[in-house]
Design a protein around this ligand. Structure first.
Ligand SMILES: Nc1ncnc2c1ncn2[C@@H]1O[C@H](COP(=O)(O)OP(=O)(O)OP(=O)(O)O)[C@@H](O)[C@H]1O
Ligand SMILES: [Mg+2]
Length: 437
């Protein structure tokens, strides 16, 4: 405990020090003879109790007291006014200004000991209370962060479960479709060849009939030929012969599209394997992701792809897919919310240099306000309605890119113009980085 005695009379200071000694009050004692010096000491040292003379030249004890009490930093210092019996009016003022106690001059042993011990006790209790409060605060903070971590873990678990359930479902559906799709595709090819042959032979038959009709004078034969021609016209054979190639081509495109979707579903189905790192191409991952969520954007958003020759990167495909999905869905949701009546635009661009690939996803949505920008990567931060957003998309994406793949996830945004997120993933040495991890 540190006590500062402030009195312009050195005699009074000596008296006070003597009283401390005689009454065995064990404290560290410091003294000064002016108010301004007292303020300097309080500023540079940790003082617990001040014994403050009221009447002093230049700066009175009351002025020192008022100055200290006006600063919250010194709110907890116990201040005991040092007063002679004639200072009664000043004493009243002292209490108004926030003094805690007073001791009369000349010092009287019993009063001095009693009041000082009470002040020391008050200060000790105050310190103990502060410690307890600090401890409580620390415990509260750690409890808060544990709760947050638990919530996040719980979400991740649910998300993982959900993803793996969707994965299983997707894999099942993909498998079931894949079989019939196999024979539809091969039958379609054979059918194409058969139709070509039939078309060739049919043209030859028609030529033959035309020749016979021209050269034959047999009435019965001519009637039969006319009947066949009528039927041809009824059955729209000319139109069929013209349209058959288009039909076959359209069907082939359709079959190819379904095959692509099945392939994407199968790739999505194996997203939950955390340890599965391999070489994958970012452009392929984007194409597949866009296909899986096509329904979300095809009517209201134009997606422009500007692909560079991105080499393969060593990554966990499922996780990178999840990041790209989160970013594109965020852009789609932002655009839909903002440009309700206009068509939105998303530009997805991939480039690379010697060490990194860069994938940027740019939208012409509302942009992100400056005061929200430093919160968007926080878990559970969302501006979306309850049930629409959990606020975890970006925090999970950040974790995947920065911690799991040693890359970077940056955002640039302008309110009213749009947002661009850029994923930077290392090309080389990532193996070491991941293995070290
Ligand atoms: N492209 C964007 N344009 C405008 N705001 C965005 C964009 N991307 C993210 N944000 C803002 O960042 C917030 C956090 O995004 P995040 O993906 O983490 O959560 P969410 O989309 O709200 O919910 P979740 O992804 O869990 O469904 C969003 O609520 C939104 O306010
Ligand atoms: Mg999101």
């Amino acid at each position: 405990m540190k006590i500062l005695i402030v009195d312009d009379s050195k005699f009074n200071i000596e008296q006070a020090k003597k009283a401390f000694e005689e009454n065995k009050i064990n404290c560290e004692i410091e003294a000064c003879t002016s108010g301004s010096n007292a303020l300097k000491i309080v500023d540079s040292e940790e003082i617990d109790i001040i014994m403050l003379d009221i009447i002093m030249p230049n700066m009175t004890g009351l002025e020192v007291l008022a100055h200290l009490r006006s600063n919250p930093k010194y709110r907890d210092i116990i201040i005991i006014m040092f007063t002679s019996l004639t200072d009664k009016e000043y004493l009243r003022k002292s209490f108004e200004l926030g003094a805690n106690e007073f001791i009369n001059k000349p010092i009287e042993a019993i009063e001095f000991t009693a009041r000082l011990k009470a002040a020391i006790k008050l200060k000790s209790n105050q310190l103990a209370l502060k410690d307890a409060f600090r401890m409580l605060e620390a415990k509260n903070n750690s409890l808060k962060s544990t709760t947050l971590k638990l919530k996040e873990m719980q979400f991740q678990l649910i998300q993982k479960e959900k993803l793996s359930a969707i994965g299983e479902l997707a894999a099942g559906v993909a498998h079931e479709i894949n079989n019939p799709l196999g024979y539809i595709s091969s039958n379609h090819e054979t059918l194409g060849k058969f139709l070509k042959s039939l078309k060739t032979i049919l043209v030859e038959y028609r030529d033959l009939i035309d020749n016979i009709a021209k050269s034959s004078h047999n009435e019965e034969l001519t009637n039969d030929i006319n009947k066949i021609k009528e039927n041809e016209s009824l059955l729209n054979i000319d139109f069929i012969l013209e349209d058959i190639d288009d039909l076959m081509n359209d069907s082939r495109d359709g079959i190819q599209k379904v095959s692509k979707i099945v392939k994407s579903l199968r790739n999505f189905a194996r997203t939950d394997n955390e340890d599965e790192y391999n070489y994958y191409n970012v452009n392929d991952i984007i194409d597949e992701t866009l296909l899986v969520i096509k329904n979300e954007w095809k009517y209201s958003i134009t997606i422009e792809k500007i692909y560079g020759d991105s080499p393969d990167i060593y990554c966990n495909r499922g996780q990178i897919e999840q990041v790209i999905l989160n970013l594109i869905i965020n852009s789609i949701q932002a655009i839909k919310e903002y440009n309700k009546d206009q068509k939105g635009n998303i530009t997805i661009k991939t480039t690379c240099d010697d060490n990194y690939t860069y994938t940027s996803i740019e939208d012409n949505g509302p942009g992100i306000k400056k005061d929200l920008l430093n919160k968007i990567f926080n878990p559970f931060f969302t501006t979306k309605d309850v049930g629409k957003g959990t606020g975890l998309g970006l925090s999970i994406s950040h974790d995947i890119i920065v911690n799991k793949h040693k890359g970077e996830l940056d955002v640039k945004t302008e309110v009213g113009k749009g947002t661009i997120f850029t994923i930077k993933l290392p090309l080389t040495k990532i193996n070491d980085a991941i293995e070290e991890n």
